[in-house]
Design a binder for this molecule. Structure first.
Ligand code: ADP
Ligand code: ADP
Ligand code: ZN
Length: 213
């Protein structure tokens, strides 16, 4: 079962993807994480995308489609979760073609609906464990012991360079211009299932579980 988590920055895609990985053995493919890994490794591609990402713009379709193509294979176990991909119609078409080549298809597109007003607080309070990637929030999901990851015990907590109000404004504009048309696209294909992303994390998890069962 291959699914897409679709929603604006801060909607809760990464948080819910990690839960699906833990409970269902699905494989998370986050293009944002892949691009940040490329930056951390100092590769040429990483250097090329750093400024674009920090500003909150989308990197080229060619780069992200290439990243997905490298990771997609027949060994998906319980299925792939596409988190933050596709973000343009060209990416959506490329994904359909890549899946078809593997004899696979898309099961569901989960649209995580949130009010834009909630996103500033979501984004500016976000931090993650640099070791295992667990996602936290200053108010809504603090670590049990401040500064220490609940999951792996690491004290290497990180905040993203693009998690500020300025960059968020650009990211939201990019979302509405380039990504939100995907809602209509997947609706027309009959794959779209909306969930209320404003509910508590556990309630969102339950809604997604209900959609997938
Ligand atoms: P968020 O958690 O805010 O939704 P991501 O981690 O998914 O953000 O993405 C961070 C940044 O990485 C984006 O603002 C964009 O610059 C780049 N990026 C990630 N995925 C894509 C994609 N599919 N297409 C183009 N750019 C992408
Ligand atoms: P995305 O991957 O869509 O950008 P994240 O999963 O990283 O979003 O969530 C953004 C921030 O909001 C994180 O700090 C996370 O802990 C927090 N968060 C996620 N889901 C919820 C929720 N349902 N209620 C409150 N806070 C949430
Ligand atoms: Zn951790």
């Amino acid at each position: 079962m291959n699914i897409i988590l679709l929603g604006p920055p801060g909607a809760g895609k990464g948080t819910q993807a990690r839960h699906l990985v833990d409970t269902r053995g699905m494989v998370q493919l986050s293009t944002g994480d892949m691009l940040r890994d490329a930056m951390a490794s100092g590769s040429e591609m990483g250097k090329k995308v750093a400024k674009i990402m920090e500003a909150g713009q989308l990197v080229t379709d060619e780069i992200v489609i290439g990243l997905i193509e490298e990771r997609l294979n027949a060994e998906s176990g319980a299925g792939f979760i596409f988190d933050g991909f596709p973000r343009t119609l060209a990416q959506a078409d490329a994904l359909a073609a890549l899946l078809a080549k593997l004899g696979q298809s898309l099961h569901t597109v989960i649209e995580m609906r949130v009010d834009d007003d909630a996103l500033v607080a979501r984004i500016t309070g976000r931090f993650t464990c640099g070791s295992c990637g667990e996602v936290y929030h200053d108010e809504t999901k603090p670590a049990a012991v401040e500064g220490t990851c609940d999951k792996c015990g690491s004290t290497d907590m990180k905040r993203r360079a693009d998690d500020n109000e300025d960059s968020l404004r650009t990211r939201l504009m990019e979302y509405y211009k380039k990504t939100s048309p995907l809602i209509g696209y997947y609706y027309a294909k009959g794959d779209l299932r909306p969930v209320n992303g404003l509910a508590d994390i556990d309630e969102v998890t339950a809604s997604i579980g209900a959609v997938l069962s």
